[in-house]
Design a binder for this molecule. Structure first.
Ligand SMILES: Nc1ncnc2c1ncn2[C@@H]1O[C@H](COP(=O)(O)OP(=O)(O)O)[C@@H](O)[C@H]1O
Ligand SMILES: [Mg+2]
Length: 457
């Protein structure tokens, strides 16, 4: 497809020479001699804009802003007769792709145009791929390059195509269990079939049973008609049973029967129906623990656990916080149509240090909030101010390497508490469950008044 280029300049000669050259190179060219016309033409869909800095009606920078707001993906190359560094910086800040001083050489313009178009094409392609990945998710939709996640992804890819059908996904809340289940479905040969999910804790036992298996007419008081359940609707596809640990024991037994015999009956029914579904179950509780506590059937546990994929907490995925932060920043910047240049180094540092008890979900929400509320085109440390207040009091203290003696351990804990409390001894004491005198005694014993003063600065 030929790219369409909009040339905006009030000088006819310039428009003409650009058009000749660009048409020669196979582009189709639209022209505008004013800012108002440019905005109008832009609405017809163009792939790139060459924009004069000085226009008779609207200031070129204002036009640039308008176009960027409408579609930040279309590159704009500014042309100017009086090039100045300030202008260039202004233009770049507002999202111009390039800034060319007049008189420019046509060769230079033509090269910049082709480079800009290539960049946009790649960017769009990447976005489309990611969007596709986000919708019905191939395994690639899972962002993460840490060794732990590489292992998870390769395991998912292998399981997806294996005939063994039942899979258990474990991991803390927010680690991506839903996403992994969809990825598994998307990468399997069931991808064209349905993916249906249900949260086991959301329904009372009898409702869940009829949701899953359907019911015959008259099976119970409210069963006025026959109803198909998820196992029938999902035929040829995947059923995702979330929070499987919350399933009532009687239903656990029925589920086990389905998994073993590959058949089920509707509630109140007497016919065995073949179940052509892959069951993917997820849990954020330790099922072995639940088995020990008598809350979860051991036989079902062993049936489910044959193929287990464990999603590690975000704090154990070195390097992924950066990757995910960029990924979500880009996603929300395009979703909210807020052009963003990136994340500042201090902001990234802050994200790296946060413990992320809510895992990827918490990170995703943090980026959503930051992008929504930030008032510049770069996310800065203060855009993540809200993170610092959340967990400090509750998270655990680091313990020194083993082999350390008690005195060292005590000293280390006191220092950490003082640092967290910014030198406030009363607060530091509270963090360690001591009273103020006990803290003061230790500050003296370890000669830590220095730490106190430094931290107070
Ligand atoms: N590795 C990942 N890459 C991209 N997005 C992720 C990843 N892990 C989780 N998410 C996103 O984070 C949010 C929470 O994930 P979800 O799968 O619902 O977690 P869980 O089911 O484990 O609580 C979702 O919006 C999900 O798309
Ligand atoms: Mg979930």
């Amino acid at each position: 497809m030929t790219a369409t280029i909009l040339v905006v300049d009030d000088e006819r000669l310039i428009r003409w020479s650009l058009r000749e050259r660009l048409q020669d190179e196979g582009y189709s060219v639209l022209e505008a001699e004013t800012g108002a016309k440019a905005i109008e033409q832009f609405g017809r869909g163009v792939d790139l804009v060459l924009l004069d800095y000085r226009l008779p009606d609207i200031d070129g920078l204002a036009v640039l802003e308008r176009l960027q707001a409408e579609d930040p993906d279309v590159p704009v190359i500014m042309l100017t007769a009086h090039s100045s560094v300030n202008h260039a910086v202004d233009a770049m800040r507002r999202g111009a792709y390039h800034y060319a001083g007049k008189p420019f050489s046509l060769d230079e313009v033509s090269m910049t145009v082709s480079k800009a178009l290539e960049t946009t094409r790649l960017r769009r392609q990447l976005r489309a791929l990611r969007r596709a990945a986000g919708d019905h998710t191939s395994v690639e939709g899972i962002v993460g390059d840490s060794p732990a996640m590489q292992e998870v992804k390769s395991l998912l890819a292998r399981i997806a195509t294996s005939p063994a059908s039942t899979v258990l996904i474990t991991g803390e809340s927010g680690t991506g269990k839903d996403l992994a289940a969809r990825a598994l479905h998307g990468a399997s040969d069931r991808a064209s079939g349905p993916f249906l999910n249900i949260t086991c804790s959301a329904l009372a036992e009898n409702l869940l049973e009829s949701e899953l298996f359907g019911h015959e007419r008259g099976a119970f008081t409210d069963a006025k008609t026959r109803k198909q359940g998820l196992f029938e609707h999902a035929s040829g596809g995947t059923i995702f049973l979330d929070e499987i640990g919350e399933m009532a024991p009687a239903l656990q037994a029925k589920l086990l029967r389905v998994l073993e015999s590959k058949t089920f009956r509707r509630v109140g029914g007497s016919v065995d129906i073949r179940a052509d579904v892959r069951v993917v179950a997820a849990t954020n509780v330790d099922l072995r623990e639940a088995v020990r506590a008598g809350k979860f059937r051991e036989d079902l546990y062993y049936r489910l656990a044959v193929l287990t994929v464990h999603l590690p907490p975000l704090r154990e995925r070195a390097g992924d916080v950066e990757l995910l932060a960029h990924f979500f920043a880009e996603r929300f910047s395009s979703e909210f149509k807020k052009p963003l240049k990136g994340i500042s180094t201090p902001a990234m540092q802050r994200l790296r240090l946060h413990p992320w008890p809510g895992n990827v979900r918490e990170l995703r929400n943090a980026l959503e909030r930051a992008v929504l509320l930030c008032d510049s085109d770069r996310l800065d440390s203060r855009d993540f101010e809200f993170l610092s207040t959340t967990t400090v009091e509750h998270d655990t203290f680091r313990l020194p390497a083993s082999g350390i003696d008690f005195r060292e351990l005590e000293r280390s804990l006191v220092i950490q508490a003082l640092e967290r409390a910014r030198g406030n001894q009363t607060r530091a004491a509270a963090l360690l469950g001591m009273n103020r005198d006990q803290m003061r005694y230790r500050v003296e014993k370890f000669a830590l008044s220095e730490v106190r003063r430094k931290a107070a600065l």
